[in-house]
Design a protein around this ligand. Structure first.
Ligand SMILES: *Cc1c(COP(=O)(O)O)cnc(C)c1O
Length: 377
Protein backbone atom coordinates (compact mmCIF):
# COMPACT_ATOMS: atom_id res chain seq x y z
CA UNK A 1 0.00 0.00 0.00
CA UNK A 2 1.43 3.34 -0.92
CA UNK A 3 0.99 6.28 1.39
CA UNK A 4 -1.11 8.10 -1.18
CA UNK A 5 -3.88 5.51 -1.27
CA UNK A 6 -5.85 6.55 1.82
CA UNK A 7 -5.73 10.15 0.57
CA UNK A 8 -7.04 9.07 -2.84
CA UNK A 9 -9.93 7.26 -1.16
CA UNK A 10 -10.72 10.38 0.86
CA UNK A 11 -10.72 12.37 -2.35
CA UNK A 12 -13.19 9.97 -3.94
CA UNK A 13 -15.43 10.25 -0.89
CA UNK A 14 -15.25 14.04 -0.97
CA UNK A 15 -15.66 14.48 -4.72
CA UNK A 16 -18.99 15.44 -6.23
CA UNK A 17 -18.37 13.16 -9.16
CA UNK A 18 -16.00 10.40 -10.17
CA UNK A 19 -14.50 10.14 -13.64
CA UNK A 20 -13.28 6.67 -14.58
CA UNK A 21 -10.88 6.56 -17.53
CA UNK A 22 -10.25 3.15 -19.05
CA UNK A 23 -6.73 3.24 -20.49
CA UNK A 24 -7.06 -0.34 -21.75
CA UNK A 25 -9.98 0.87 -23.90
CA UNK A 26 -7.83 3.73 -25.26
CA UNK A 27 -5.16 1.17 -26.12
CA UNK A 28 -7.70 -1.16 -27.74
CA UNK A 29 -9.00 1.77 -29.79
CA UNK A 30 -5.48 2.66 -30.86
CA UNK A 31 -4.80 -0.92 -31.97
CA UNK A 32 -8.12 -1.14 -33.80
CA UNK A 33 -7.42 2.09 -35.73
CA UNK A 34 -3.82 1.07 -36.47
CA UNK A 35 -5.10 -2.26 -37.83
CA UNK A 36 -7.24 -0.39 -40.40
CA UNK A 37 -4.27 1.19 -42.15
CA UNK A 38 -1.22 -0.20 -43.92
CA UNK A 39 0.73 2.88 -42.90
CA UNK A 40 1.56 4.14 -39.43
CA UNK A 41 -0.93 5.40 -36.85
CA UNK A 42 -0.15 8.50 -34.80
CA UNK A 43 -2.01 9.62 -31.68
CA UNK A 44 -3.42 13.12 -31.37
CA UNK A 45 -3.20 14.18 -27.73
CA UNK A 46 -3.86 17.92 -27.93
CA UNK A 47 -5.99 19.63 -25.26
CA UNK A 48 -4.71 17.34 -22.49
CA UNK A 49 -5.50 14.23 -24.56
CA UNK A 50 -9.02 15.54 -25.25
CA UNK A 51 -9.53 16.22 -21.56
CA UNK A 52 -8.57 12.75 -20.35
CA UNK A 53 -5.10 13.62 -19.04
CA UNK A 54 -2.00 13.58 -21.25
CA UNK A 55 0.37 12.37 -18.59
CA UNK A 56 -1.57 9.11 -18.21
CA UNK A 57 -2.95 8.74 -21.73
CA UNK A 58 0.22 9.41 -23.78
CA UNK A 59 2.33 6.70 -22.07
CA UNK A 60 -0.56 4.23 -22.39
CA UNK A 61 -0.74 4.98 -26.12
CA UNK A 62 3.03 4.59 -26.44
CA UNK A 63 2.80 1.19 -24.75
CA UNK A 64 0.10 0.26 -27.27
CA UNK A 65 2.55 1.04 -30.06
CA UNK A 66 2.17 4.73 -30.88
CA UNK A 67 5.48 6.32 -31.82
CA UNK A 68 4.16 9.62 -33.22
CA UNK A 69 2.15 12.16 -31.22
CA UNK A 70 0.48 15.44 -32.17
CA UNK A 71 -0.39 18.37 -29.92
CA UNK A 72 -1.62 21.87 -30.73
CA UNK A 73 0.59 23.90 -28.36
CA UNK A 74 4.27 23.79 -27.57
CA UNK A 75 3.65 23.44 -23.83
CA UNK A 76 1.39 20.46 -24.50
CA UNK A 77 4.16 18.88 -26.55
CA UNK A 78 6.70 19.45 -23.76
CA UNK A 79 4.31 17.77 -21.30
CA UNK A 80 3.98 14.82 -23.69
CA UNK A 81 7.75 14.65 -24.10
CA UNK A 82 8.18 14.50 -20.29
CA UNK A 83 5.45 11.91 -19.90
CA UNK A 84 7.21 9.71 -22.48
CA UNK A 85 10.69 10.05 -20.96
CA UNK A 86 10.80 6.33 -20.11
CA UNK A 87 9.74 5.18 -23.58
CA UNK A 88 12.47 4.04 -25.99
CA UNK A 89 13.08 4.80 -28.71
CA UNK A 90 11.90 8.36 -28.03
CA UNK A 91 8.60 9.02 -29.84
CA UNK A 92 8.26 11.95 -32.24
CA UNK A 93 6.11 14.78 -30.91
CA UNK A 94 4.62 17.29 -33.36
CA UNK A 95 3.11 20.71 -32.68
CA UNK A 96 0.30 21.39 -35.14
CA UNK A 97 0.31 25.12 -34.43
CA UNK A 98 3.84 25.20 -35.79
CA UNK A 99 6.47 27.83 -35.10
CA UNK A 100 3.75 30.33 -34.20
CA UNK A 101 3.49 28.24 -31.01
CA UNK A 102 6.96 29.19 -29.79
CA UNK A 103 10.57 29.99 -30.73
CA UNK A 104 12.53 27.50 -32.83
CA UNK A 105 15.13 27.18 -30.07
CA UNK A 106 12.47 25.84 -27.68
CA UNK A 107 11.52 23.18 -30.22
CA UNK A 108 15.17 22.11 -30.44
CA UNK A 109 15.74 22.15 -26.67
CA UNK A 110 12.78 19.85 -26.04
CA UNK A 111 13.14 17.73 -29.19
CA UNK A 112 9.74 18.78 -30.51
CA UNK A 113 8.95 18.76 -34.24
CA UNK A 114 6.88 21.56 -35.80
CA UNK A 115 4.24 21.25 -38.46
CA UNK A 116 5.27 24.21 -40.62
CA UNK A 117 2.23 26.20 -41.72
CA UNK A 118 3.64 28.95 -43.95
CA UNK A 119 6.60 29.96 -46.12
CA UNK A 120 7.70 32.17 -43.23
CA UNK A 121 7.84 29.21 -40.86
CA UNK A 122 9.70 27.17 -43.48
CA UNK A 123 12.25 29.99 -43.75
CA UNK A 124 12.64 30.21 -39.97
CA UNK A 125 13.13 26.44 -39.62
CA UNK A 126 15.60 26.32 -42.53
CA UNK A 127 17.59 29.10 -40.83
CA UNK A 128 17.51 27.14 -37.56
CA UNK A 129 18.88 24.13 -39.46
CA UNK A 130 21.75 26.19 -40.87
CA UNK A 131 22.52 27.52 -37.40
CA UNK A 132 22.39 24.00 -35.93
CA UNK A 133 24.58 22.64 -38.72
CA UNK A 134 22.25 19.71 -39.34
CA UNK A 135 18.98 18.89 -41.05
CA UNK A 136 15.96 19.47 -38.84
CA UNK A 137 12.77 17.39 -39.04
CA UNK A 138 9.36 18.92 -39.74
CA UNK A 139 5.98 18.22 -41.25
CA UNK A 140 4.75 20.62 -43.95
CA UNK A 141 1.04 21.40 -43.59
CA UNK A 142 -0.69 22.23 -46.87
CA UNK A 143 -4.16 23.79 -46.74
CA UNK A 144 -6.35 21.84 -49.16
CA UNK A 145 -9.71 23.40 -48.40
CA UNK A 146 -10.07 23.95 -44.69
CA UNK A 147 -8.86 27.56 -45.00
CA UNK A 148 -7.67 27.51 -41.46
CA UNK A 149 -4.05 26.43 -41.07
CA UNK A 150 -1.24 25.43 -43.41
CA UNK A 151 0.26 26.79 -46.63
CA UNK A 152 -2.43 28.47 -48.72
CA UNK A 153 -2.46 27.77 -52.51
CA UNK A 154 -0.38 30.85 -53.40
CA UNK A 155 2.39 29.84 -50.97
CA UNK A 156 2.14 26.27 -52.24
CA UNK A 157 2.83 27.62 -55.77
CA UNK A 158 5.94 29.46 -54.56
CA UNK A 159 7.22 26.36 -52.78
CA UNK A 160 6.64 24.19 -55.86
CA UNK A 161 8.59 26.69 -57.98
CA UNK A 162 11.37 27.11 -55.40
CA UNK A 163 11.81 23.76 -53.64
CA UNK A 164 15.25 24.89 -52.38
CA UNK A 165 13.35 26.72 -49.66
CA UNK A 166 13.14 23.28 -48.02
CA UNK A 167 16.91 22.77 -47.94
CA UNK A 168 18.06 21.81 -44.47
CA UNK A 169 14.56 20.59 -43.60
CA UNK A 170 14.04 16.86 -43.27
CA UNK A 171 10.41 16.67 -44.45
CA UNK A 172 8.97 13.76 -42.50
CA UNK A 173 5.42 14.29 -43.77
CA UNK A 174 3.46 16.42 -46.15
CA UNK A 175 0.19 16.76 -44.30
CA UNK A 176 -3.24 18.24 -44.70
CA UNK A 177 -6.50 18.11 -42.75
CA UNK A 178 -10.02 17.15 -43.84
CA UNK A 179 -12.92 19.50 -43.19
CA UNK A 180 -15.86 17.08 -43.56
CA UNK A 181 -14.50 13.59 -42.95
CA UNK A 182 -17.37 12.62 -40.62
CA UNK A 183 -19.74 13.00 -43.60
CA UNK A 184 -18.63 10.36 -46.14
CA UNK A 185 -20.93 11.79 -48.82
CA UNK A 186 -19.55 15.32 -48.62
CA UNK A 187 -17.95 16.36 -51.95
CA UNK A 188 -15.17 18.25 -50.16
CA UNK A 189 -13.57 14.93 -49.10
CA UNK A 190 -12.65 13.85 -52.62
CA UNK A 191 -11.83 17.45 -53.59
CA UNK A 192 -9.34 17.71 -50.74
CA UNK A 193 -7.90 14.30 -51.61
CA UNK A 194 -7.36 15.42 -55.22
CA UNK A 195 -5.88 18.78 -54.16
CA UNK A 196 -3.54 17.04 -51.71
CA UNK A 197 -2.40 14.48 -54.28
CA UNK A 198 -1.76 17.22 -56.86
CA UNK A 199 0.17 19.31 -54.33
CA UNK A 200 2.38 16.38 -53.36
CA UNK A 201 3.23 15.72 -56.99
CA UNK A 202 4.62 19.27 -57.29
CA UNK A 203 6.86 19.02 -54.23
CA UNK A 204 9.94 16.93 -53.44
CA UNK A 205 8.94 13.36 -52.58
CA UNK A 206 7.97 12.86 -48.94
CA UNK A 207 5.64 10.61 -46.94
CA UNK A 208 2.10 11.93 -46.54
CA UNK A 209 -0.59 12.22 -43.86
CA UNK A 210 -4.21 13.29 -44.35
CA UNK A 211 -6.76 11.37 -42.26
CA UNK A 212 -8.09 12.22 -38.81
CA UNK A 213 -10.33 9.71 -36.98
CA UNK A 214 -13.23 9.91 -39.42
CA UNK A 215 -10.87 10.12 -42.39
CA UNK A 216 -9.63 6.63 -41.58
CA UNK A 217 -13.17 5.38 -42.25
CA UNK A 218 -13.31 7.04 -45.70
CA UNK A 219 -11.19 4.20 -47.06
CA UNK A 220 -7.59 3.37 -47.82
CA UNK A 221 -7.24 6.15 -50.45
CA UNK A 222 -7.21 8.56 -47.52
CA UNK A 223 -4.68 6.68 -45.38
CA UNK A 224 -1.31 7.49 -47.04
CA UNK A 225 1.69 6.87 -44.75
CA UNK A 226 0.34 8.12 -41.42
CA UNK A 227 -3.16 8.56 -40.02
CA UNK A 228 -3.81 11.03 -37.18
CA UNK A 229 -6.76 9.96 -35.03
CA UNK A 230 -7.69 11.83 -31.88
CA UNK A 231 -11.36 11.59 -30.93
CA UNK A 232 -11.82 7.93 -31.90
CA UNK A 233 -9.03 6.92 -29.51
CA UNK A 234 -11.15 8.32 -26.71
CA UNK A 235 -14.36 6.58 -27.73
CA UNK A 236 -16.05 9.30 -29.82
CA UNK A 237 -17.91 7.77 -32.77
CA UNK A 238 -15.88 8.50 -35.94
CA UNK A 239 -18.84 7.37 -38.08
CA UNK A 240 -21.78 9.51 -36.87
CA UNK A 241 -25.14 8.06 -37.80
CA UNK A 242 -23.71 4.55 -37.86
CA UNK A 243 -22.89 2.29 -34.91
CA UNK A 244 -19.79 3.27 -32.97
CA UNK A 245 -16.86 0.96 -33.80
CA UNK A 246 -14.83 2.28 -30.85
CA UNK A 247 -14.81 1.17 -27.22
CA UNK A 248 -16.21 3.53 -24.60
CA UNK A 249 -13.41 5.05 -22.54
CA UNK A 250 -15.01 7.23 -19.88
CA UNK A 251 -17.54 6.64 -17.16
CA UNK A 252 -18.70 9.70 -15.23
CA UNK A 253 -20.67 9.19 -12.04
CA UNK A 254 -22.24 12.04 -10.08
CA UNK A 255 -23.14 11.78 -6.43
CA UNK A 256 -26.65 12.32 -5.12
CA UNK A 257 -26.56 14.90 -2.32
CA UNK A 258 -30.25 15.07 -1.43
CA UNK A 259 -33.57 13.75 -2.62
CA UNK A 260 -36.46 16.17 -2.41
CA UNK A 261 -40.06 14.96 -2.35
CA UNK A 262 -42.33 17.61 -3.77
CA UNK A 263 -46.04 17.85 -4.28
CA UNK A 264 -47.23 19.56 -7.38
CA UNK A 265 -47.56 22.37 -8.15
CA UNK A 266 -43.95 23.27 -7.36
CA UNK A 267 -41.02 24.41 -9.50
CA UNK A 268 -37.44 23.16 -9.48
CA UNK A 269 -34.26 25.21 -9.73
CA UNK A 270 -33.17 28.61 -11.06
CA UNK A 271 -35.68 30.47 -13.15
CA UNK A 272 -38.42 28.10 -11.96
CA UNK A 273 -38.27 26.60 -15.45
CA UNK A 274 -39.45 23.14 -14.43
CA UNK A 275 -42.92 22.70 -12.99
CA UNK A 276 -43.71 19.31 -11.45
CA UNK A 277 -47.02 17.98 -12.78
CA UNK A 278 -47.63 15.61 -9.88
CA UNK A 279 -45.86 14.28 -6.79
CA UNK A 280 -42.20 14.08 -7.76
CA UNK A 281 -38.91 12.92 -6.26
CA UNK A 282 -36.01 15.12 -7.26
CA UNK A 283 -32.40 13.93 -6.90
CA UNK A 284 -29.83 16.71 -6.62
CA UNK A 285 -26.47 15.63 -8.02
CA UNK A 286 -23.14 17.32 -7.26
CA UNK A 287 -22.15 18.24 -10.79
CA UNK A 288 -22.71 21.44 -12.73
CA UNK A 289 -21.52 23.65 -15.53
CA UNK A 290 -18.36 24.48 -13.58
CA UNK A 291 -17.46 20.83 -14.20
CA UNK A 292 -18.10 21.07 -17.93
CA UNK A 293 -21.54 19.52 -17.47
CA UNK A 294 -23.04 21.95 -19.91
CA UNK A 295 -25.80 24.37 -18.98
CA UNK A 296 -27.35 23.69 -22.38
CA UNK A 297 -28.36 20.28 -20.95
CA UNK A 298 -30.97 22.15 -18.88
CA UNK A 299 -34.38 20.46 -19.23
CA UNK A 300 -33.09 18.08 -21.94
CA UNK A 301 -30.26 15.96 -20.51
CA UNK A 302 -30.61 12.54 -18.97
CA UNK A 303 -28.74 10.09 -16.78
CA UNK A 304 -29.01 6.47 -15.68
CA UNK A 305 -29.55 5.13 -12.21
CA UNK A 306 -30.58 1.71 -11.02
CA UNK A 307 -30.87 0.54 -14.62
CA UNK A 308 -33.34 3.29 -15.46
CA UNK A 309 -33.09 6.40 -17.54
CA UNK A 310 -33.95 9.57 -15.63
CA UNK A 311 -34.62 13.03 -17.04
CA UNK A 312 -32.68 16.13 -16.13
CA UNK A 313 -35.20 18.69 -14.90
CA UNK A 314 -34.76 22.42 -14.52
CA UNK A 315 -31.52 24.27 -15.10
CA UNK A 316 -28.01 22.93 -14.75
CA UNK A 317 -26.41 25.25 -12.22
CA UNK A 318 -22.76 25.82 -11.37
CA UNK A 319 -22.34 22.93 -8.94
CA UNK A 320 -25.68 21.11 -8.98
CA UNK A 321 -28.02 19.36 -11.37
CA UNK A 322 -31.48 17.93 -10.66
CA UNK A 323 -33.03 14.73 -12.02
CA UNK A 324 -36.56 13.36 -11.77
CA UNK A 325 -36.14 10.03 -9.98
CA UNK A 326 -39.82 9.48 -9.18
CA UNK A 327 -39.78 6.10 -10.97
CA UNK A 328 -36.55 4.85 -9.37
CA UNK A 329 -36.46 2.89 -6.11
CA UNK A 330 -35.68 4.80 -2.93
CA UNK A 331 -32.82 2.41 -2.28
CA UNK A 332 -31.05 3.29 -5.54
CA UNK A 333 -31.52 7.01 -4.90
CA UNK A 334 -30.37 7.41 -1.33
CA UNK A 335 -27.93 10.29 -0.69
CA UNK A 336 -24.41 9.21 -1.63
CA UNK A 337 -25.64 6.94 -4.44
CA UNK A 338 -23.99 7.45 -7.82
CA UNK A 339 -25.76 8.41 -11.02
CA UNK A 340 -24.28 7.54 -14.42
CA UNK A 341 -23.90 10.82 -16.30
CA UNK A 342 -21.70 9.37 -19.06
CA UNK A 343 -21.10 5.65 -19.48
CA UNK A 344 -22.33 2.42 -21.03
CA UNK A 345 -25.95 3.60 -21.34
CA UNK A 346 -25.27 7.22 -22.28
CA UNK A 347 -22.16 8.03 -24.29
CA UNK A 348 -20.34 11.35 -24.51
CA UNK A 349 -21.81 11.58 -28.03
CA UNK A 350 -25.33 11.14 -26.57
CA UNK A 351 -24.74 13.85 -23.98
CA UNK A 352 -23.36 16.08 -26.72
CA UNK A 353 -26.41 15.56 -28.88
CA UNK A 354 -28.69 16.64 -26.02
CA UNK A 355 -26.48 19.66 -25.38
CA UNK A 356 -26.35 20.68 -29.04
CA UNK A 357 -22.63 20.09 -29.41
CA UNK A 358 -20.06 17.40 -30.23
CA UNK A 359 -18.57 14.65 -28.11
CA UNK A 360 -15.26 16.48 -28.65
CA UNK A 361 -16.51 19.43 -26.61
CA UNK A 362 -17.90 17.20 -23.86
CA UNK A 363 -14.53 15.46 -23.45
CA UNK A 364 -12.33 18.55 -23.65
CA UNK A 365 -14.60 20.27 -21.13
CA UNK A 366 -14.38 17.50 -18.52
CA UNK A 367 -13.81 19.33 -15.28
CA UNK A 368 -10.91 19.27 -12.91
CA UNK A 369 -13.06 18.87 -9.80
CA UNK A 370 -13.86 15.30 -10.78
CA UNK A 371 -12.01 12.64 -8.86
CA UNK A 372 -10.21 10.80 -11.63
CA UNK A 373 -9.65 7.06 -11.53
CA UNK A 374 -7.50 5.44 -14.21
CA UNK A 375 -7.69 1.72 -14.93
CA UNK A 376 -6.12 -0.64 -17.43
CA UNK A 377 -2.72 -0.14 -19.06
C1 LIG B 1 -7.36 17.58 -34.08
C2 LIG B 1 -6.68 17.14 -35.33
C3 LIG B 1 -6.63 15.79 -35.68
C4 LIG B 1 -7.43 14.74 -34.94
O1 LIG B 1 -8.78 14.88 -35.29
P1 LIG B 1 -9.91 13.88 -34.73
O2 LIG B 1 -11.11 14.28 -35.49
O3 LIG B 1 -10.01 14.13 -33.27
O4 LIG B 1 -9.45 12.51 -35.03
C5 LIG B 1 -5.86 15.42 -36.77
N1 LIG B 1 -5.20 16.35 -37.49
C6 LIG B 1 -5.24 17.67 -37.21
C7 LIG B 1 -4.49 18.64 -38.05
C8 LIG B 1 -5.99 18.11 -36.12
O5 LIG B 1 -6.05 19.41 -35.84
Amino acid sequence: MSETEPAATDNAARAGAILHIDLAAVQANYRALAARTNGACAAVVKADAYGLGTTRVAPALARAGATTFFTALLDEAIAVRHSLAEITPAPVVYVLNGLAAGPATDFLTHDITPALNSLGEIETWAAAARAAGRALPAAIHIDTGMNRLGLPPAEMDVLAAEPDRLSGIDVRYMMSHLACAEDPDHPLNSEQLATFTAARARLPKAPASLANSSGIFLGSAYHFDLVRPGAALYGINPTPGRSNPMKQVIHLQGKILQVREIDAPRTVGYGATHRAAGPTRVATVAVGYADGYLRSLSSCGSAWIGGQRVSLIGRVSMDLTTFDVTEVSRDATRPGALVDLIGADISADDVAESAGTLGYEILTGLGHRYHRVYSGD
